[in-house]
Design a protein around this ligand. Structure first.
Ligand code: C2E
Ligand code: MG
Ligand code: MG
Ligand code: MG
Length: 287
């Protein structure tokens, strides 16, 4: 009907900016439908201990496959969800699903959930998190919440109070994409994060870029003195993993260890890595 027609009209008569607006509206409508129809799902990517490469946590990452658009990256649809407020019901779905999935995993494996600043608005995020824990039976000690520096730009005191409330449930708070925002150091000073995740921008050329290696080293030593666990994101090569081990990074995450996987594969991943770790078998745990 008017869908194809609308597109053609837009291309012929409207200025470029409106095409973008139109595409955004289309994305929003489809995303809303995807949420209602249950077409959003979660993949899980392991975070492993640097020492023995055993999984300590899995990060929940949203996946959306649209009939017409195909697979849409969260990099494209999360900003739309944030701008339209859709992130609130989507975020609630993510929390509930992630807690439910994690409740089936062996203890003490944790799950990490990304939170957007928009989820800290009028509705009570603490209540939503509590409800997700309660419905799943998952202990708060097995949940990590990943936030970014942008969350702390507005209403900093309110946000810090909310994060404290979440911490009192045993939940760990991680600073995601560390180093990409601005004023990161003052945020670290004002809140006791449990974990910082060094953005993959600093990890991707670790072998060839001595300046990034120095930055990573500095972040790790700062993390240690502030009693925070330090994770390196986006580890893709063995060389990067070796450098990070030598720098005594706490946890690694990245394609080298595993790509994000559907929930149904998590148990198998845990089984196969546990087998590779058996002392009588001399297998490298990253094979
Ligand atoms: P993030 O939280 O920093 O997640 C890490 C992203 O890096 C993921 O992309 C992951 O697939 C990707 N990645 C992991 N290891 C590697 C690697 O070795 N190399 C490279 N090149 N990439 C790697 P993804 O799944 O596309 O998600 C992108 C971003 O979308 C996330 O960044 C997060 O900010 C956001 N996002 C995803 N799911 C959710 C969600 O449920 N809620 C919210 N609010 N944001 C989400
Ligand atoms: Mg994250
Ligand atoms: Mg990240
Ligand atoms: Mg990132």
């Amino acid at each position: 009907e008017s869908k194809a027609e609308g597109k053609a009209t837009t291309r012929l008569f409207e200025p470029r900016m409106n095409i973008h607006l139109d595409a955004r509206r289309n994305l929003e409508a489809r995303l809303r439908e995807a949420l209602a129809l249950g077409a959003l799902s979660l993949n899980y990517q392991p975070l492993v201990s640097c020492d023995d490469r055993s999984a300590v946590c899995f990060e929940a990452l949203l996946r959306w496959t649209d009939a017409e658009l195909g697979s849409v990256s969260p990099v494209d649809f999360i900003p739309v969800a944030e701008q339209t407020g859709l992130i609130v019901p989507i975020g609630e779905f993510v929390l509930r699903q992630a807690c439910m999935d994690a409740a089936t995993w062996p203890e003490p494996i944790r799950v990490a959930v990304n939170l957007s600043a928009a989820q800290f608005g009028k509705q009570n995020i603490v209540k939503i998190v509590k409800a997700a824990l309660q419905a799943s039976g998952l202990s708060g000690t097995r949940l990590e919440l990943e936030i970014t520096e942008s969350l702390l730009i507005n209403n900093k005191d309110d946000v810090l109070r909310t994060l404290d409330e979440l911490k009192m449930l045993g939940i760990r708070i991680a600073m995601d994409d560390f180093g990409t925002g601005y004023s990161s150091l003052s945020y670290l000073q004002s809140f006791n994060f449990n974990k910082i995740k060094i953005d993959r921008a600093f990890v991707s050329d670790l072998e060839s870029n001595p300046e990034n290696a120095s930055i990573v080293q500095a972040v790790i030593s700062m993390g240690k003195s502030l009693h925070m666990r330090v994770v390196a994101e986006g580890v893709e090569t063995r060389e990067q993993a070796d450098i990070l081990s030598n720098l005594q990074c706490d946890e690694l995450q990245g394609y080298l260890i595993s790509r994000p996987m559907p929930a149904a594969q998590v148990q198998e991943f845990l089984r196969s890595t546990a087998e590779a770790d058996k002392p009588d078998e001399d297998l490298p745990s990253l094979a």
